[in-house]
Design a protein around this ligand. Structure first.
Ligand SMILES: [Zn+2]
Ligand SMILES: [Zn+2]
Length: 399
């Protein structure tokens, strides 16, 4: 029996679980129902289970025949504050909440991988640490789990994660060599001027006009300061000021995000943004306060793991189309778990345009073709077994 045969044998279970999680979406750090089902299932399979890790996170240890190597497998559990528009019998039963990113599938795949690997634990050359993570969608769930010790006792030698990917059809797999997803930072610029009457601007210091200049100037950072051969994004997505049409406000607040792959590029963007905000604010008589918060690191795949996983994908799905160069400025907080550990984040094509299952992630009609699920289960299970067996020599300095 191959791992794919086994994954097909439990395909109905995987789909049923995925639909159940889809019906019952829970937002970040509220995943108590989901985490409860996860913990119960892992316990039934004989794993050593710890709950409440970094909030609602669950960790399950599956010890194989040897203690030598530890592979961390991570699955995120949270849904989004979106009202579902799909008319399917497994549609969300919770108004205003929806699994619109596919994390319902990730939890279901994770449980099925645990089933497959538990059944072959006597031949498993090491330990698999199953990590079910809360609050991936900007809530900092991965960091909370790291702070709670998920990377200790036992320390993982490798880390692997997956995401269903509706930009690509079923049968496509993304195994990016090197940097795959950008690091993300949130920034806030608070401009303080002097409020007053809209008809008497000369008696005020207008933070709205200053903020407009900063928004425009910020767009020169990527075009004029970052090398054209590098990648960076700076987007100001929130602009808050004013309470009425005839009052020049005292304050204006700008909020946005910086994305880049390299620390040196981050530094350029951060330094230029600070210089522009302070310089423009001062020139216009305002003061600027800037705060920044790093939300994720870049996701950079270890090349040795990518090669092992490419062989596994081809073994599980001979028709597979493998993309080695997908890169997105989108972010993933799994980056905190694979920062110091050689890791691999796999995208699993999940769209089917003929069935209308190709809405993008976070869309109210997002849904996947479940035909990708048994492949995802087989690839992760076989990949875990293979990595523990082969113990690929990390090329971590490829980061
Ligand atoms: Zn998402
Ligand atoms: Zn997601």
């Amino acid at each position: 029996m191959t791992f794919l045969d086994e994954a097909r044998r439990i395909e109905a279970y995987t789909v049923e679980r995925r639909r159940d999680f889809h019906k019952h979406p829970e937002l970040g750090f509220e995943e108590t129902r989901t985490a409860g089902i996860v913990a119960e299932t892992l316990e039934e399979l004989g794993l050593e289970v710890t709950t409440g890790v970094g909030g609602t996170g669950v960790v399950g240890l599956l010890r194989g025949k040897a203690d030598s190597q530890v592979l961390l497998l991570r699955f995120d559990m949270d849904a989004l504050p979106i009202q579902e528009e799909n008319e399917v019998d497994y549609a969300s039963e919770t108004p205003g909440k929806m699994h619109a990113c596919g994390h319902d599938s990730h939890v279901a795949v994770g449980l099925s991988v645990a089933k497959l690997l538990a059944s072959v634990r006597d031949s498993l050359n090491g330990t698999v640490k199953f990590v079910f993570q809360p609050a991936e969608e900007g809530g900092g769930g991965a960091m909370r789990m790291v702070e709670a010790g998920v990377l200790k006792d036992p320390v993982p030698d490798y880390a692997m994660g997956m995401h269903v990917w509706n930009d690509k059809p079923v049968g496509w797999y993304g195994l990016t060599r090197g940097p795959a997803m950008a690091g993300a930072e949130i920034f806030t610029i608070k401009l303080t001027g002097k409020g007053g009457h809209g008809a008497a601007p000369h008696q005020t210091v207008d933070p709205v006009v200053a903020s407009a200049q900063i928004i425009t100037a910020a767009q020169t950072i990527v075009s004029r300061n970052v090398s054209p051969l590098e990648s960076a994004v700076i987007s100001i997505c929130q602009v808050e000021a004013g309470t009425a049409f005839n009052i020049i406000p005292q304050e204006a607040v700008l909020r946005g995000t910086i994305r880049a792959f390299k620390p040196e590029v981050f530094a350029i963007v951060e330094n230029r943004l600070e210089a522009l905000a302070h310089g423009i604010a001062e020139a216009m008589g305002c003061t600027a306060e800037i705060s920044r918060e790093r939300v994720t690191l870049p996701v950079t795949n270890d090349s040795a793991l990518v090669e092992v996983m490419a062989d596994v994908v081809r073994a599980c799905d001979p028709e597979a189309k493998i993309g080695h160069d997908l890169r997105t400025m989108g972010a993933e907080d799994f980056s905190f778990m694979m920062d110091e550990i050689p890791g691999c984040f796999i995208f699993v094509g999940s769209a089917n345009a003929e069935k209308g299952l190709d809405y993008g992630h976070h869309h109210p009609r997002f849904d996947i073709d479940e035909a990708c699920l048994p492949y995802a289960v087989a690839i992760l299970a076989q990949g875990a077994a293979e990595i523990l067996k082969e113990q690929p020599k990390s090329s971590i300095n490829s980061k």
